[in-house]
Design a protein around this ligand. Structure first.
Ligand SMILES: [Zn+2]
Length: 257
């Protein structure tokens, strides 16, 4: 079986995301200005061109070059043989065979893939910038732990959070953390909050933690009171920061007991 395919069919597509098309695009220069169109000297072929465009757009695949089908669609083939129309419309039509009949759908799928690629590039950039924001935040707030790499678990969680505008704007979350010192310093004097502070994993692990930060739920939580570092301290040698397990945290010598 052979099929009629309109070359550059997409030109006539109104670019609806919704695939149920209600109209097609027909251009003014098809009446005047397009040399190919001006060479169509037969009125029947003209109307057939428009109908081929509509039929193929609607079917989303090339239409059968079949007598019964065309007659059912109202083509009067006795009035003008289809072969002559195809000849006349050769700049617009292409006769394709069965294996090619999904060409139009394939083109759309190609486009869809490109869009996906573009989207994933935007995501990767966002992920990297989120990581950078967090790590430079840790440079300013030494009690917090930097993130070395985006593991698979982290990526899975980040992708979920990425769907939320409120999370995507990660800098706003960091600003809110800055205004709630408990999140940065925890409260080592309180058994329950001993050593607790905000971490990257805690922020991304669900849809509630970061929202609580944005809603300033930790604003009035008591944070630890700190003394000046003990200059004779064996853990920190007077710097006030304990780095013994590879993570900077406030040294025990600063905790008021
Ligand atoms: Zn110390």
């Amino acid at each position: 079986m052979k099929y009629i395919h309109i070359r550059s069919l997409k030109k006539y597509h109104p670019s609806y995301t919704d695939r149920k098309l209600k109209f097609a695009k027909i251009f003014f220069d098809m009446v005047q200005g397009d040399p190919d169109c001006e060479m169509i000297t037969n009125e029947i072929d003209w109307s057939r061109l428009i109908r081929f465009i509509l039929l193929e757009l609607q079917a989303q695949k090339p239409i059968p070059l079949d007598r019964n089908y065309l007659e059912k669609k109202g083509f009067n083939l006795k009035k003008r043989p289809i072969e002559l129309t195809i000849q006349m419309l050769q700049h617009f039509l292409e006769i394709v065979t069965e294996p090619l009949q999904n060409r139009y759908v394939e083109e759309e799928e190609e486009e869809e893939k490109d869009k996906e690629k573009e989207k994933s590039k935007i995501y990767v950039d966002w992920e990297q910038s989120t990581l950078n924001l967090w790590n430079s935040f840790c440079d300013k707030n030494l009690s917090l732990s930097k993130v070395k790499e985006i593991t698979d678990t982290r990526r899975r969680q980040l992708k979920l959070r990425y769907t939320k505008d409120s999370f995507r704007n990660f800098a706003t979350i960091l600003k809110a953390i800055e205004q709630q010192p408990f999140l940065i310093n925890g409260n080592p004097n309180n058994q329950q909050h001993k050593d607790w502070k905000v971490s990257f994993d805690w922020l991304i692990e669900n849809d509630t933690n970061y929202i609580k930060v944005l809603e300033f739920r930790y604003k009035n939580k008591k944070q630890g009171d700190w003394k000046a570092a003990d200059s004779d301290c064996q853990t920190c040698a007077g710097t006030g920061w304990d780095e013994t397990d590879g993570v900077k945290k406030i040294c025990h010598c600063r905790i008021i007991r």
